[in-house]
Design a protein around this ligand. Structure first.
Ligand SMILES: [Zn+2]
Length: 304
């Protein structure tokens, strides 16, 4: 009898420990060190400017991580005129669909992976033709998305998700915003079948700086008010100092080509960044905590 009671006690303890793994689905969360590693790795490749070895390595990193996380991956090649470099360029958008057997994405998560070829806002005029390191403007959004993909490989999302990595976002001239966002414009105009009718998109840009402050970007707020407010509600529960429930400024970014087509697309960005388009957009300006909070907020949004 005593032995029987001991067995029951052991069984009860086993259940208490393994209840969630067996019976419930714990929310996935981002591995902060992995997210940070993805950011540093991209910066170490060098500036991800058109036709560089660094951008080729970044494409490999993205495709490999998506595939290892259980996505079907594809790419979309396009040509476009890049005003900053005054030439036609080939760009490649990279797409990962999860789960692999899904035929249509319900949610799109996106970021651009190219970096600006000229630091045209550098305080030193002699450095304005140099490329930017793009730790925040380029690497941060990609790092969060890759870490989110890895988290979802352990706990599949309730709705199919597409990860989209845009090329040629940052080759415009400041005088004409339509020279920016060439990859997203091509994809919005030529969506592959599995991206033809998604419900909502979320774009990440410049989400890695220390003391990140994300306000609700104005174009997003006008086009997808409910979705924006839900995302910020979730984010503010994680870190109210980062997801600030206030209206922000309007920013032309990779969500605009989709908004112009009547899609709901949210842009998550902190545009208050003195190192923007300078040679000082470096790893030292960034923080792993910022990446973690943004990634966890995306995951919780997917599982709400
Ligand atoms: Zn930029």
């Amino acid at each position: 009898m005593e032995r029987c009671r001991q067995l029951w006690t052991c069984f009860a303890i086993f259940l208490a420990i393994f209840w969630i793994p067996i019976f419930g689905t714990p929310l996935p969360n981002v591995d902060e060190q992995r997210a940070w590693q993805f950011l540093v790795q991209q910066v170490q490749f060098g500036p991800r400017v058109p036709n560089s070895e660094a951008i080729r390595k970044t494409r490999q990193l993205i495709s490999r991580t998506l595939a290892e996380s259980g996505c079907t991956t594809s790419s979309q090649i396009f040509r476009a005129y890049a005003p900053l470099l005054r030439t036609d360029l080939e760009g490649i958008n990279i797409i990962g669909l999860m789960p692999a057997k899904a035929d249509k994405a319900a949610v799109v998560l996106s970021a651009h992976y190219d970096t600006r070829p000229h630091a045209d806002r550098d305080p030193n005029p002699l450095r304005r033709k140099e490329p930017i390191p793009g730790a925040n403007d380029g690497a941060s959004g990609v790092a969060v998305l890759l870490a989110v993909a890895e988290a979802l490989s352990r706990t599949p999302p309730p709705r199919p998700v597409a990860f989209v990595f845009f090329d040629l976002e940052d080759c415009g001239e400041p005088s004409d915003e339509r020279g920016f966002c060439l990859g997203s414009r091509f994809l919005a105009a030529n969506p592959p079948p599995h991206l033809a009718d998604f419900e909502v998109g979320i774009n990440l840009d410049m989400v890695g700086k220390k003391d990140l402050r994300l306000r609700m970007e104005l174009y997003s707020l006008r086009a997808a008010s409910e979705e924006v407010r839900t995302l910020w509600e979730i984010g503010a529960r994680n870190a109210p100092e980062i997801f600030v429930k206030q209206q922000g400024v309007a920013i032309y970014d990779d969500h605009i080509p989709f908004l112009e087509r009547g899609k709901k697309f949210i842009n998550v960005i902190d545009f208050d960044y003195p190192q923007w388009h300078t040679t000082d957009d470096s790893v030292e300006q960034c923080s792993s905590k910022s990446l973690k909070v943004v990634g966890d907020t995306l995951l919780q949004y997917l599982f709400q």
